[in-house]
Design a protein around this ligand. Structure first.
Ligand SMILES: [Zn+2]
Ligand SMILES: [Zn+2]
Ligand SMILES: [Zn+2]
Ligand SMILES: [Zn+2]
Length: 113
């Protein structure tokens, strides 16, 4: 239903259905389904692992270090679950899936060991 506003999953305000980020609270992916950080299949917050690729769905938050569901944001501190490659020419952002930047192949800070 194009044009219909949908409630943001985080703050509950109505936002356009194609929003990449909520214009009210600034969180990412406010209305679309939660998706696996690895294979992008739909996932649910009650799941322990992705039904499609088996990726574990709990992760240590790169910002606060606490364990959280591997969605778009840390459930503890609200930080976006992304780590950024520190290589000068790269700067690629990816979910904290592993210690290697998937773009340039160099070690990435905050990646899971
Ligand atoms: Zn919001
Ligand atoms: Zn998956
Ligand atoms: Zn956190
Ligand atoms: Zn990189």
């Amino acid at each position: 239903m194009p044009g219909y506003m949908r409630p943001c999953r985080y703050c509950g305000e109505l936002v356009p259905p194609d929003s990449n980020a909520c214009p009210i609270c600034g969180k990412w992916n406010p209305v679309d389904e939660l998706r696996c950080p690895k294979c992008r299949s739909p996932i649910k917050e009650s799941w322990k692992s992705c039904s499609h690729c088996g990726q574990g769905l709990s992760v240590a938050c790169p910002a606060c270090g606490k364990t959280t569901f591997f969605g778009d944001h840390c459930q503890q501190c609200g930080a976006r679950l992304m780590v950024k490659c520190q290589q000068k020419k790269c700067g690629f952002e990816q979910p904290p899936l592993g210690p290697i930047c998937s773009k340039c192949g160099k070690p990435i800070a905050g990646g899971k060991k």
